[in-house]
Every structure is written in C-alpha cells, then in structure tokens.
Design a protein around this ligand. Structure first.
Ligand code: PXP
Length: 245
C-alpha cells in the first residue's frame, strides 16, 4: 500500500504570514526521504495554501510521484496540462469550506467532470476522482474514463460512535471492492490519522492512502520525517502484520 503525504498545511502555516517559511517543497523532500511514496498537494482556486510556484517546483524536485488535487475547472486543467503531475485527482471545491467536504458528484455534475477527465487523459495524465463511497458514483467514474477513484474517508473519520463508524467502514470496503472489480484502482483519504488509519489500511483492495493534516500536526511534536515514518510503519503493520518500529 502506497502512502501519499499531503503537504498543503505546511503552506497554510507559511501563508499565515505570507512569507517564505515553512516551505512545503522542503517538507515534501523530507517526506520522501522518510518513506512517502507520493507527494499530494491541492491547488485551490483561492490559493489559500499551495501556490502555483510550489506546484511547478515540486514537479521539478519530487522523485516519487506528484499527485495534484484540483477542481475540474478550465483554469486548473490548464495548470495540470502545463505542470503534468503523475496523477490529477479531481475534487469538488467550495470557497467557503474549511476543507474538501464531500466527494465529487460525478453522476450529477454534467459534462464538466467528463470533459476535464478527457482533456487530462488525452495529455497522458492519470486521472483519479475523489468520490464518496457510493456505488453509483464509482460506476459513473468508470464510464467517463477515470483510471482510479479516491474514496472519501471523511465520514468514517468524523463518525460519532462505533456503530456509525462501522457502517462507514463497510461502505468504504464495498466501494473499494466494486472499484477493483470493474478495473478502477481504489485509493482512499481524508481525515485519516494515527488512531483511525488501521481499519482502512486493512481493506485489501485499497492500494494508496493520502494523508495530510494529521501528519503535519504530528510533525510539530516530532518533526516531519519522524511523523511520516510513524504513519508508514502503522500502515505497514495494519496491512501485513509487520511490527511497528
Ligand atoms: N485526499 C483528498 C482528495 C483531499 O482533498 C485531502 C484534503 O486535501 C486529503 C486526501 C487529505 O486529507 P487530510 O488532510 O484530512 O488528511
């Protein structure tokens, strides 16, 4: 299972002073050295954290894989076509939200999503769609030509009690199974942390997790390299029974 580390919130701290530090690119390189298999960034329409230059410099320096999260807009498709990330993950975006709140409405989104998928794929960029664990959304993702779906784990992470959490976990597991069966690569992310990652990492069809906020938060205590090493060890442990440490 691959671990994608999202460094958006390193840029959030930088943008708090609109200065130069901390630098998400330096952080990304440390994450790679510590075992991240991918660097993920979300270039938001309002540029509240990651900036265009960050994405360009990351493209030059990232040695693993670069995953660009983006809204399916003409502006962002142009950025992706010029930067050429290894993967473009299409996400819904609302200006007023604190973070990406729900999955992309592939079914009800009209031509916008399908057009973005087609333009990116024609340019050779792999496309993943960030969707809720909903079987219809997954079938539609396949129909419009995506290669992967990232299943939104936010409701699982926010579940109020163990009954709701188990229901969400089952939804995610069923969605991963369906995606795998129809030939879409099933990935997952959002709201995962050191406490809740285990059951998700044990879903056998999932091949990649994208985790940001909890790793950056942990980095304040132990440094970003150690925070990534701890998460990578946890994922390995839950996946394959490899001891932590
Ligand atoms: N995956 C996607 C598609 C996201 O939009 C985000 C948040 O930017 C993440 C993963 C990471 O979520 P978190 O920061 O809660 O770990």
């Amino acid at each position: 299972m691959r671990l994608g580390v999202n460094v958006d919130h390193v840029a959030t701290v930088r943008e708090a002073r609109q200065g130069r530090q901390p630098d998400p690119v330096s952080a990304a390189l440390l994450c790679e050295e510590a075992g991240a298999d991918q660097i993920t960034v979300h270039l938001r329409e309002d540029r509240r954290h990651i900036q265009d230059r960050d994405v360009r410099v990351l493209r030059e320096l990232v040695k693993t894989q670069l995953n660009l999260e983006m809204a399916p807009t003409d502006e962002m498709v142009s950025v992706a076509l010029s930067v050429r990330p290894d993967t473009a993950t299409l996400v819904p975006e609302k200006r007023e939200e604190l973070t990406t709140e729900g999955g992309l409405d592939v079914l009800g989104g009209g031509d916008k999503v399908a057009t973005a998928v087609r333009r990116l794929r024609e340019a050779g960029v792999r496309v993943s769609l960030f969707v809720d664990p909903n079987l219809d959304q997954i079938n539609e993702s396949l129909r419009i030509g995506a290669e992967a779906v990232e299943i939104h784990t936010g409701r699982y992470a926010d579940a109020a009690g163990s009954t709701e959490r188990d229901e969400e976990l089952h939804r995610i597991a069923d969605a991963a199974k369906l995606a795998h069966r129809v030939g879409l690569e099933p990935l997952a992310g959002h709201g995962l942390d050191y406490q809740n990652v285990g059951p998700i990492a044990r879903i056998p069809e999932l091949t990649e997790l994208n985790i940001g906020h909890s790793i950056v938060a942990r980095a304040l205590a132990v440094g970003i390299a150690e925070a990534v090493r701890e998460m990578a060890a946890l994922v390995r442990f839950h996946r394959a029974g490899v001891p932590v440490g």
